[in-house]
Write a protein of this length. Structure first.
Length: 552
């Protein structure tokens, strides 16, 4: 094999300049990372471009590991320690040749070491780093822990239960590896679902649940017991729901996990919500607001007082929008206090209060106390009842800027919802500054995005909504997006700014339909239209928009 250096190859291909290469090499000396990783972090090229260069220039084949049929016996040829050290996974052997997927097929030291330790001639293939890390967890660590645990359970169930706190026991390793795999795949939730004959483990990735593993039924109790020990819950209590929290550091990142148990007919179901503190969005420019909505939302935040509500169902990104808004407002000359349940992300310089119903610290009680602490800006995690709504509204009328969330379908029904809760229309009219209604849609994977012609149905929908049909995009499915065609999520929003005419309409207690007609006449972009704008920008698909927004 001709031994070429990666930097020279990329410069020859015209993907990076000599100047960019020198900068990356300088950075590499400081961080001790691989050159490819530095170039990707600096944004000089994408992982797909890197793979294409190696594939075409050196003839190294590219493999997708997502649905690859692995030869399980090869895990004894290359050990887990070696697979992790060099980021490789063995694929197949033919005679004295061993085909190995590598994140860096130009790592000649790794190839030589693998050749000497295995006795095979190494034939490198290239795969993405994410895919290799997922494959290592699944085919080495997880399988080994499951096999060990099944052996132990067949010998002595009680012995296994005594090992629930032992960090080296198979059950502890199995649970840790499942959490690590979930973080690796960017899952927001892990579901442990007891079935009649199995324990189903599902990950929610980009808002969609998928089954990751199915464990034998007799492993249910020890797995659930281990999760409850980690979250400081009562393992003897199986009849009532419990809530807890786990803090872990995974891959050098601080991960906060909320744990909820629920008794079902086949055992306790556990749902773990993963909060990646390092991935929190703290910049309102990165929330996906369109060109009209962003300045409008900024103006709302810059008001000295009033009530701003973020609405949408559970899992629609309301918390991210609230935290980014607080970050935008946060400075030394303002006193910001929040009351939340739970405190999801910690913000420097912001006084955050955790609701505790057991001690009687509810949203309403916490909010009353906050108002005696001389705040300028108040954030209430959620308006759940009339008492909290009344205090929040009165606070917004006495010189405070109040931010909160509410569960409604769109921005205009928020007004009618407040009135239905028992708030007088004159209070709503005088306090409400604006409402942001939002949903999350899956983003098209950049690595397999392709331009396509819209179908007849898509064309007619775009024309009906006043858009000129043109090329749209889809993801074909690749290893980076687990063959879904989507990777990551973006928000679509509807921003309602309350003007004087709308205040008069609220005082007259008009209908949601009339509020909507007035808002659209004044330029409000409806949720579905913001989604279709993002379709035409190549960010998402029409199916995703219709999944979360109503086509009225």
């Amino acid at each position: 094999m001709i031994r070429k250096r990666l930097g020279d190859l990329l410069v020859e291909s015209g993907l990076i300049t000599e100047e960019q290469l020198q900068k990356a090499l300088q950075e590499q000396k400081t961080t001790k990372q691989k050159l490819g990783d530095v170039l990707l972090q600096q944004g000089y090229l994408s992982e797909n471009q890197l793979i294409e260069v190696l594939e075409f220039q050196l003839g190294i084949p590219h493999v997708s590991l997502f649905k690859y049929k692995f030869d399980q016996s090869l895990t004894s040829v290359i050990t887990e320690a070696m697979a992790r050290r060099y980021q490789v996974i063995p694929l197949r052997k033919e005679g004295n040749k061993l085909m190995v997927a590598m994140a860096d097929p130009l790592d000649y030291f790794a190839i030589d070491d693998l050749r000497m330790s295995t006795g095979f001639q190494i034939e490198p293939a290239i795969a993405t780093k994410d895919e290799i890390q997922r494959a290592i967890i699944r085919y080495y660590s997880l399988q080994e822990s499951v096999n060990e645990l099944m052996e132990d359970l067949s010998v002595d169930q009680e012995m296994v239960e005594t090992e629930l706190a032992d960090e080296d026991s198979p059950i502890v390793r199995l649970v840790n590896q499942l959490i690590q795999q979930a973080v690796q795949t960017r899952a927001s939730d892990i579901h442990f679902d007891p079935q009649e004959d199995s324990l189903r483990v599902r990950f929610r990735v980009d808002g969609v649940l998928r089954t990751e593993r199915t464990l034998p039924r007799h492993m249910t109790n020890v797995v659930i017991a281990r999760l409850k020990i980690m979250a400081n819950l009562n393992i003897a209590e199986r009849r009532i729901p419990q809530d807890g929290r786990i803090k872990q550091e995974i891959n050098m990142k601080e991960i906060d996990i909320r744990v909820s148990t629920l008794p079902t007919i086949y055992g306790e179901k556990v749902v773990m919500r993963i909060l990646d503190v390092s991935a929190a969005i703290n910049d309102i420019n990165r929330l996906g607001f369109n060109k009209r909505n962003l300045p409008l939302f900024r103006r709302m935040l810059e008001q000295p007082n009033g009530l701003i509500l973020i609405t949408g169902p559970t899992g629609s990104g309301k918390s991210s929008t609230l935290y980014a808004s607080l970050n935008y407002l946060n400075s030394e000359d303002v006193n910001i206090i929040t009351v939340e349940d739970p405190v999801e992300y910690h913000l420097d310089g912001v006084n955050q209060v955790q609701v505790n119903t057991q001690t009687g610290l509810t949203f309403a009680k916490g909010l009353r106390s906050i108002l005696r602490q001389d705040p300028d800006i108040v954030m209430v995690g959620e308006i759940r009842d009339l008492e909290t709504a009344e205090i929040a509204i009165r606070a917004s009328m006495t010189g405070h800027l109040v931010l909160s969330t509410l569960h409604t379908n769109d921005s205009v029904t928020t007004v009618t919802r407040l009135v239905e809760m028992g708030i007088h229309p004159f209070l709503v009219a005088s306090s409400l500054t604006g409402v942001v209604s939002q949903r999350l849609v899956r983003r098209i994977c950049n690595d397999c995005k392709r331009e396509v012609e819209p179908s007849e149905h898509e064309r007619s929908l775009l024309e009906k909504r006043g858009f000129k049909p043109q090329k749209i995009y889809r993801g074909e499915g690749c290893g980076n997006c687990a063959m879904t065609g989507y990777r990551g999520r973006i928000a679509i929003q509807e921003v309602l700014a309350v003007d004087d005419a709308l205040r008069r309409m609220i005082l007259e207690n008009r209908t949601a339909r009339e509020y909507r007609m007035h808002a659209v006449k004044n330029g409000m972009v409806l949720l579905i239209d913001d989604g279709l704008l993002k379709v035409l920008q190549g960010l998402t698909t029409i199916e995703e928009v219709l999944r979360v927004a109503v086509n009225d």
